[in-house]
Design a protein around this ligand. Structure first.
Ligand code: SF4
Ligand code: SF4
Length: 128
């Protein structure tokens, strides 16, 4: 399950390492946008550990959003042009045998690239 964690803590507080050690959960970092004092990370966390990991981050002062649908497509707007297929870095989009565009939202790391590339404004990122 995807989770966005926003950190605005002191420089020397290794929040992610502390959460991994305290929960023992194998957390995969999909995307990280961090500087010395704050930032946002997108994580892949086993579904049965999500609540425990979220609580551990919150104890460290981070805010957490669990993403049910990281990327959302308005199927009334999508014309299956395929512009989103090549630009997605994690291959969320693909052609079906009938040339319609399928998507596997579970892969999305919320980089935002497809939002501006879609000529019909059919895509948006889930926010909390
Ligand atoms: S770029 Fe937009 S309109 Fe084209 S296939 Fe992707 S979501 Fe649909
Ligand atoms: S935001 Fe769009 S381009 Fe980026 S990973 Fe998600 S689906 Fe792919």
């Amino acid at each position: 399950m995807k989770m966005v964690v926003r950190i605005s803590s002191a420089v020397h507080n290794p929040v992610l390492a502390k959460v991994i050690l305290s929960t023992g959960v194998a957390i995969n970092v999909d995307r990280a946008d961090l500087d010395a004092t704050s930032g946002e990370i997108v994580l892949e966390v086993p579904a049965d550990s999500c609540a425990r990991v979220a609580r551990a981050f919150e104890r460290e002062g981070a805010s957490v959003s669990v993403l049910e649908h990281p990327i959302i497509r308005d199927d009334d707007e999508c014309v299956h042009c395929g512009a989103c297929i090549g630009i997605c870095p994690v291959s969320v989009f693909s052609y079906e045998p009938d040339w319609s565009v399928a998507m596997d939202e579970s892969k999305c790391i919320q980089c935002g690239t497809c939002i501006t590339a879609c000529p019909h404004g059919a895509l948006r990122i889930e926010s909390e």
